[in-house]
Design a protein. Structure first.
Length: 260
């Protein structure tokens, strides 16, 4: 499928999905959101990639936020519809049936920070800047910022960031747990692809079940989470890759996974 505001670059077992509006610092508008949803649907239905890297075109921005010009004149009803539509794309990232790595190459503010937080792993360039500065516009985050941020950095730190609208650098983001790794700008994609290939070497079904178990577990109580984990664990034993993995271990050789 051809896209105008995003670029999807398959690379064997992995793929890079770029938000491609560098003239607007890759800000999310209706077109970008629509194409992200379409691309994620396309990826989910396919065999490949096994791991997706999400980033922005250019050196300045991952996604600098949601397009203010498009939002400025919205009514409350229209704002609700817009935020719900944006969240649909962001939730698709969070719930994609394979791992997603955010390669944060620059500004990840507002909706961009929300998009990054929906990814499973976040690697940031030393030049990255992150935050939820919506309060400075007289609004609050509307596509997951008040919910995913406290789950990552804790309630008090999330309130501080949301209440002040502070934009933090990559080092601070790493210290508070908002990102998982910080690397020099010229090594960002190399590091993201290295991690993606390491993950892509693992069995696809087990990866999907592991993601599902973790995602569901953090939103329910411990006992129900443990029960769901057992169900996901048990499902692994219906796969050919479980048989191959354990047989390879017994035979002291490298497993040959077929993602079945």
């Amino acid at each position: 499928m051809g896209y105008e505001t995003i670029v999807l670059e398959p690379e064997g077992s992995i793929a890079v999905l770029k938000v491609n509006r560098p003239q607007a610092l890759n800000a999310l508008n209706h077109k970008v959101i629509s194409e992200l949803i379409a691309a994620l649907d396309e990826i989910e239905k396919g065999v490949m990639p096994k791991v997706l890297i999400l980033t922005g075109t250019g050196e300045k921005a991952f996604v600098a936020g949601t397009d203010i010009i498009e939002m400025e004149g919205l009514s409350s009803f229209e704002a609700r519809e817009f935020a719900s539509f944006a969240r649909l794309a962001i939730d698709k990232v969070a719930n994609l049936n394979r791992p997603v790595i955010a390669a944060i190459n620059g500004f990840a503010l507002g909706g961009g920070c929300e998009l990054a937080m929906a990814c499973d792993i976040r690697i940031a360039s030393e030049k990255a800047r992150m935050g939820q500065p919506e309060i400075g516009l007289g609004i609050i985050p509307g596509s997951g910022g008040t919910q995913r941020l406290p789950r990552l950095v804790g309630v008090s730190k999330a309130k501080q960031l949301v209440f002040t609208g502070e934009v933090i650098d990559a080092k601070t983001a790493l210290e508070i747990g908002l990102v998982d790794k910080v690397v020099p700008p010229d090594l960002l994609m190399e590091e993201a692809k290295k991690m993606a290939l390491t993950i892509a070497a693992k069995p696809k079904i087990a990866l999907a079940l592991a993601k599902s178990a973790i995602n569901k577990g953090i939103d329910i109580d411990l006992q129900n989470g443990l029960s769901y984990e057992i169900e996901c664990f048990a499902q692994c034993f219906s796969t050919k890759d479980q048989k191959e993995g354990m047989k390879a271990f017994s035979e002291k050789r490298k497993p040959n996974y077929t993602d079945q």
